[in-house]
Design a protein. Structure first.
Lengths: 377, 196
């Protein structure tokens, strides 16, 4: 058997096994952080410090009854969670999860498919297919809450795909490649992208929250409004697959944030190109974990957006800002100006957006029925 | 009664400044509250079965029947508690008292803890401060019969609470009856009902 094929297979097996375990423990971490933020302790009964809780949860999911409500479309009902999981796993195939180097190298590459020249494009394309899982799930459930959740999800994901793609284009312009390893290499040589394009990072971060259906953008499953959203009718392992898919998405996007904006394994002074591979790996994982924890903290900080606010945020704020940012990057790149011009430009754009929003005439107030209007005195 | 027009106060949405329109400072402020205001501060969970919360002394939990100084039941079987009880959970059978200082005493005194709504009216009605609600709140049993607390059980609750030093505060007692002992010391301020 070809040696590189063997390595790829081993990487896939290792990545799958480890990522599923990590997801199980991410759920524990999420519950723990939720508890700490609410001045509680969190799960601490199963095993020392509650460390066996994920295993108990997993067993519960496996042995629960598989409920098929009477009027569901059986084929699509089973297909939907599988699609959600498959797309989430596929999207992770090209994203580095450790130190990498540019293609002609003999080192081990911490990525399932090294040297994919359409890396970013592939992740976006496959990752956004996850919405099919949600739509099919909502449709096949034959339940109005599920369907409403699915509809919201489709509108949300399509809207936020645009600023997400546009914000990365600036980075791609500088790296001159869609290949994620090359993007890391460019940052090793030229410094982290977040320093030069903070606005792009902010836009990407916001869009990623929406893509992952995380609070404050978790409208597809807003439990106070839609029972459970698209997974209302799902139980047992089918529900667990949706859940795993969602957390896998979270991991993938954290990897993407690290690779595209925070220099991957590169950390000036600690992890340089001459460092040992273990140091690089630890630095990389630390960045990813920081992002995941940040996701969970934001969840308990910002309340959920209303649906019209969500849409106006994407179309009136994020997309214009992303285009303006892209134009700035293009101008700087085209006329070969110093790339130190980029951070002030980004900050100017952010402040400018605030000023425009401040000066903009307020939207007309919602009209109350005449009987409820305050009486003029 | 309708609200008067002058009592109605209309609150307008506060005007947002440029900084508020940027959103980011507000988000950072919120994260600060999340992390330093809550996540890193000590949590308030009580590990229940191992650690039991200390209830305030006026908590209304399981009842007890008080004993007087000679260890006799204080109750004079006047039926005031069972009359006051809105849940009709107290069942008393009176008998002539074997002691010279009172006419009657309860031959049986059965209180259905499952029926009780823990309102504390029995405690307020009692003229001799014989029945009191304690801070005990963990009440379990395997059958309905087990939860019918009789005189011995209620007296044992008294012994238990006296031993644990968790005597309840009398919320309302009024004047003490003739069968009740007089307070030893001057009434402590803040403890109503201790005056003779």
């Amino acid at each position: 058997m070809d040696r590189s094929l063997l390595i790829t297979i081993l990487t896939i097996v290792g990545f799958m096994a480890v990522s599923q375990g990590i997801i199980a423990y991410l759920i524990l971490l999420e519950r723990k952080i939720a508890a700490w933020v609410q001045d509680r302790i969190g799960p601490n009964r199963v095993g020392p410090l509650g460390l066996l809780q994920p295993i108990a949860d997993g067993l519960k999911f496996l042995f629960k009854e598989e409920v098929f409500p009477t009027n569901v479309d059986r084929l699509l009902f089973v297909l939907a969670p599988s699609i959600a999981m498959i797309t989430a796993l596929l999207a992770a195939a090209v994203v580095p999860f450790g130190p990498t180097s540019v293609p002609p190298s003999t080192e081990y590459q911490f990525v399932i498919a090294p040297g994919t020249d359409i890396g970013i494009l592939f992740t976006f394309a496959v990752g956004s297919l996850a919405v099919y899982g949600i739509i099919l799930g909502g449709w096949a459930s034959n339940n109005k809450y599920s369907f409403l959740g699915a509809l919201r999800s489709s509108a949300q994901l399509i809207s936020y795909e645009i600023p997400m793609g546009l914000s990365v284009v600036g980075v791609v312009l500088y790296a001159g490649s869609l290949n994620l390893e090359r993007i890391v290499q460019q940052q090793v040589e030229g410094g982290w992208n977040v320093v030069f394009q903070p606005l792009a990072f902010l836009l990407f971060l916001t869009a990623v929250f929406a893509e992952c259906n995380r609070l404050p953008f978790d409208l597809p499953e807003a439990e106070q409004e839609l029972v459970g959203g698209y997974h209302t009718e799902y139980s047992a392992m089918k529900f667990a697959l949706f859940f795993l898919g969602e957390y896998m998405h979270m991991i993938t996007t954290s990897l993407m944030l690290t690779v595209v904006f925070w220099g991957g394994w590169y950390f000036p002074g600690i992890s340089t190109p001459t460092s040992h591979v273990a140091v690089k790996f630890i630095v990389f994982i630390a960045k990813v974990v920081a992002f995941i924890v940040f996701y969970m903290l934001i969840r308990w900080t910002i309340p959920r957006f209303r649906f019209d606010q969500l849409m106006s945020m994407a179309w009136k704020v994020l997309i214009p800002l992303a285009i303006a940012n892209l134009v700035c990057v293009m101008v700087v790149r085209e006329f070969e100006l110093s790339h130190w011009l980029l951070p002030p430009l980004s900050i100017a754009l952010i402040v400018g957006a605030g000023v425009v929003s401040f000066r903009w005439p307020a939207a007309p107030q919602r009209r109350m029925p005449a009987s409820l209007e305050p009486v003029a005195r | 009664m309708p609200i008067k027009t002058e009592d109605v106060k209309w609150i307008e949405t506060p005007k947002l400044g440029v900084l508020d329109h940027l959103y980011l400072p507000a988000i950072l402020e919120g994260l600060k509250t999340t992390v330093f205001g809550h996540m890193l501060t000590p949590n308030i969970t009580v590990q229940y079965p191992e650690v039991q919360a200390k209830m305030p002394p006026n908590y209304r939990g399981v009842h007890r029947l008080n004993r007087d100084e000679e260890g006799r039941v204080k109750c004079v079987a006047c039926y005031m508690c069972s009359t006051a009880c809105p849940a009709h959970c107290i069942d008393i059978v009176a008998a002539p008292s074997p002691w010279p200082d009172r006419e009657k005493y309860p031959e049986t005194f059965v209180l259905d803890e499952l029926r009780c709504i823990y309102c504390g009216m029995c405690e307020e009605a009692c003229p001799v401060d014989a029945i009191e609600l304690t801070t005990l709140h963990v009440l379990t049993g395997l059958s309905r019969e087990e939860m019918m607390f009789d005189k011995e059980k209620l007296l044992s609750v008294f012994d238990q609470t006296v031993k644990d030093g968790t005597d309840p505060i009398r919320t309302s007692a009024g004047r003490l009856g003739p069968a009740s002992e007089q307070p030893k010391q001057a009434p402590v301020p803040g403890q109503p009902g201790a005056q003779p």
